[in-house]
Design a protein. Sequence first.
Length: 174
Amino acid sequence: MSADIKELSSVDFLDNYREKKQKGPVKREFVLCEEMKFMAQEIISEEKIDVHPAKIEYVTIEPNISKSTAAKCVKTGKELKFFSNLDYVIEVSGELWTALDKETRRILLEHELRHILVLQNDKTGDWNFKLRKHDIQDFGRIVSKNGVDWIKKVRLCLSSLYDMTPAEEDNIQM
């Protein structure tokens, strides 16, 4: 009987340890992603997305940006631009990137690239870097070419990775 009690204690200890580990802060790591960079160059060329002369870097955030954020396009602030000379950083949750098939990765990456808006000031010739909002719930070109099922696929993938409720799944952002 004492062996049973000891066994239960170790199981309880492991369960408590796992719960605390999951509830604690998640250490996130930025990882440059050459695969994403190469894929983005193909997409920019094939889809004729005008991002010139923007300097863009592509990273995965390991394990994720957050459980409810699949990817995002970030316009760099003054400090980051000063130190890195970048105009945009496209971030994708690492676990999601690994879990998605190649076609859905391409669509997600195209979606983020379409947020890039580069304008030239007619008077000064200076470049202005901005973020473009969706023209509908997504970008019309992506929807007409791929439909909206790709969004459901990304949400389902994230939801299964993190055991989300349907309400949490509805809050997933891209």
